[in-house]
Design a protein around this ligand. Structure first.
Ligand code: GDP
Ligand code: CA
Length: 317
């Protein structure tokens, strides 16, 4: 029996999780537990949005818009047009009609007094997801960006409106010091055989998960092997702007630098094994020298088959 926990952000995290689900199903192994970043969450027009939770939810349910890369397949924008006409919300942040249904359901349950974990559990019941999805925490710890001029904005405004073009000096999750992991997260990590760090954004997707007090310690203490997958291939991040985030915290956009940022478990960090791309094979020796076992594998998640092969390689490692 292989008990697997995945730490994941949105799009990269959901592509990887689709692969993990397929690989585990083929092996007849139990469903994985996926701990999802909630640092991207925000309040907008009176509703609570959870972009990474919804990306994982829609992808696993087969309801995601694969062309656009976010939101629901076949969505329309009638309500969004009305919001714009009222001057409500953010003109650069589209809320699809079907997506708004999810946000309204979630917000209603939160206002009924359910915890975020309970809300995510309810969202997980509509479609068979084939994984257990947990938020990293029940606390509201939305990621804020501090710019070099000292001003601050929500992560989504920086990412979506400004396309990460404003130079950041720090990423903050106000309140995270007092947050606790969602119910089940520490137990899942403690009881796992393998913990996988998806090839998600190390700064704003995996970073907030590791910043919830207790989660890093659980990774350091588990008897599971902790295996990370590089989001950097051939010195570039795939489909995204994660390189700006890495630069802001002084980490180079290279597979080796991201591995060093996570660190070896034998040296105060969280990793035992690091999967790096064939394009970065020459960095394997320096990753090994960090005390992290380097495994070279194809890291392009072009389709579910490729993601499943990657997940299988990570599980074998
Ligand atoms: P977000 O929350 O939607 O931004 O998504 P994540 O944080 O989960 O994932 C974003 C990261 O996924 C980016 O930094 C990419 O480098 C990485 N990524 C996207 N596609 C691939 C892929 O095919 N292979 C690998 N190794 N990484 C990928
Ligand atoms: Ca995200």
């Amino acid at each position: 029996m292989t008990r697997v926990v995945v730490l994941a952000g949105g799009v990269g995290g959901s592509r990887f999780t689709l692969g993990v689900r397929a690989a585990l199903a083929r092996a007849g192994a139990p469903e994985a537990t996926v701990v999802v970043n909630t640092g991207d969450d925000l309040w907008l027009s009176g509703v609570r949005l959870q972009p990474d939770i919804d990306s994982v939810l829609y992808a696993l349910a087969g309801q995601n818009d694969t062309e656009r890369g976010w939101g629901r397949a076949g969505d329309t924008e009638r309500v969004n047009e009305e919001l714009q006409a009222w001057g409500a919300g953010w003109p650069w942040f589209t809320l699809g009609d079907l997506d708004l249904g999810t946000h309204l359901a979630r917000t209603g349950w939160l206002r009924d007094g359910l915890s975020v974990t309970e809300v995510v559990d309810r969202l997980s019941r509509r479609w068979p997801l084939g994984v257990r999805m947990l938020p990293m925490t029940d606390a509201e710890v939305d990621t804020h960006i501090v710019l070099t001029d000292g001003s601050r904005m929500h992560f989504q405004e920086w990412w979506t409106r400004h396309r990460a073009t404003l130079a950041p000096s720090a990423f903050l999750n106000p309140g995270i010091e007092a947050a606790v992991p969602a119910s089940g997260v520490l137990e899942a990590i403690a009881e796992a055989d393998v913990v996988l760090l998806a090839p998600s954004n190390p700064v704003v997707s995996i970073g907030p998960i590791l910043a919830v007090p207790g989660i890093r310690e659980a990774l350091r203490g588990t008897s599971a092997r902790v295996v990370g997958v590089s989001p950097v291939i051939g010195g570039k991040v795939v489909r995204g702007m994660a390189d700006v985030c890495l630069a802001a915290i002084g980490v180079a956009t290279s597979a080796e630098a991201v591995a060093a940022h996570y660190g070896a478990r034998s040296d105060g960090g969280v990793l035992d094994v690091w999967l790096l791309a064939e394009e970065d094979a020459e960095a394997a020796a320096s990753v090994d020298a960090l005390g992290i076992r380097a495994v070279v594998a194809p890291l392009w998640m072009t389709d579910v088959e490729a993601s499943a092969a990657l997940a299988a390689a990570a599980l074998r490692a």
